[in-house]
Design a binder for this molecule. Sequence first.
Ligand SMILES: [Zn+2]
Length: 237
Amino acid sequence: MGNAPLRTYATSQIIKFYQRLKLGSENSLVQDVFKAICENSFNPFSRFLSLLDDCKVKLPNPRERKSIKTQTQKSIAALLDMMYDHWDQEILLNKKLQIFNIVKDSHDPDFYIFNIDDRYARKYIASMRLSTHPLRIEVGRYNRTLRENRLCQFCNMNEIEDELHFITSCTLYSDYREILYQELNDLGNPMWLGCNSNEKKLCYLLQPKDMHTSKLIMKYIRSCLDYRNNQTQLVYN
Ligand SMILES: [Zn+2]
């Protein structure tokens, strides 16, 4: 479900491209390539067109060129509305996506997805948002540990090791956190300065809106996970 914003974005781009293809000159290079692909294999849009059909979304008629833009926008809006409704329902029902449900404030792909080139760096924020990490709150789901027993084993706070604890309060990472908070304070974003609880800080940290903040947060999560991993090896070796 976490890639739903990207999927919806890609879908709207496909609709626009498909319309451009339909409206383009018969002799254009793009048309030639499209025809060649269709002749040698299958229509690359066939799956997409059947999806639209299933959703009962009509594509604009390419012959009605005057209103083509408005019609395309309406088609995209109708399809996205359906996808968003489905997405919202899925998120509410999926316990694994509780954090994602809290931090996700729009249906659009988040800032860091398109603006941070390093995909290994992006995965650190995504892992916290989508609960694909080694914290006990997640691991305990698979080994059937009761939620209240999934306590952090790296500090004495007697708290469940979930995303909130890991990012905002576990004492194991106090040094890293002190540096991060100081750097964010120096940036002076009023949204950050106004976060007066750990819950609000978690939301801010997991939905960064600018490049600098995104990089700081990714570095912090990576450092904490690496440190945790080292501590785990010390305990079990
Ligand atoms: Zn802890």
